[in-house]
Ligand binder design. Structure first.
Ligand code: BG6
Ligand code: MG
Length: 216
């Protein structure tokens, strides 16, 4: 029986996945490193430093640890500038409706995001107070596909992992939810992922509450 739903943030509830791409693209262009939307698929759900390592696979020089830290900081400064003007219009279709429908039925809801910027984004788009728990990149050591962030969210909610449903737009996030022993709904960019228990192009295409009832 599903007692809690844990949402990824970027690309599931808000459009910030695109801002991550734009910020990395600017940094990669400045460094003369080939980067495009196809490579970006591998960055979804993955931590900042691991994302950088993936981008640097195409670099034709090697970077020291200090240089890598500077590149990641530069990308983050571009990203922070992009998200500082976020408003509720950045919420993806169906996000607010889904969250509110679950809350109304007494389902616990949480955020499970790899991003260290998650608290800022939640505040900016005005949904910070809707969640019973927030687990994000500031609190975990191992990023998705490790199960850490979702296990932490379940622990904060005090709900057993087997009774949680994860909503993800990243293959790494689908893997993370499965590794945590949770049910997984894959949406958006991950909607073709056959490992997930459930798939939908967008949150508007699925009645989560109806599906949860079938699991009882
Ligand atoms: C995830 C995004 O939510 O957060 C990744 O899907 C991103 O693209 C990761 O790299 C880390 O984000 P941040 O904000 O800590 O750099
Ligand atoms: Mg995501």
């Amino acid at each position: 029986m599903i007692q809690a739903v844990i949402f990824d943030l970027d690309g599931v509830l808000v459009t910030t996945d695109d801002s991550h791409y734009e910020a990395w693209k600017r940094m990669a262009d400045e460094e003369g490193i080939c980067f495009n939307r196809q490579i970006n698929q591998r960055l979804r759900g993955v931590s900042r430093m691991e994302s950088l390592e993936i981008i640097l696979e195409r670099a034709n020089k090697s970077y020291t640890e200090d240089e890598k830290n500077a590149l990641a900081a530069r990308k983050n400064s571009y990203y922070v500038a992009l998200i500082q003007h976020l408003t509720p219009s950045a919420l993806l279709p169906g996000a607010l409706e889904t969250v509110n429908a679950l809350r109304k039925q007494g389902i616990k809801i949480a955020i499970g995001s790899s991003s260290k910027n998650a608290p800022t984004i939640l505040r900016q788009v005005g949904i910070a107070d809707l969640f019973d728990a927030v687990a994000d990149g500031n609190q975990i050591k191992h990023s998705k596909p490790a199960p850490d962030v979702f296990l932490l969210a379940a622990e904060l909610l005090r709900i057993p992992p087997a009774n949680c449903l994860v909503v993800e737009d990243a293959d790494a996030g689908v893997e993370s939810g499965l590794n945590a022993g949770m049910k997984v709904l894959a949406v958006g960019a991950a909607s073709y992922n056959q490992k997930a228990h459930l798939r939908a192009d967008a949150l508007t295409d699925i009645d989560l509450m109806a599906w949860i009832r079938t699991q009882a």
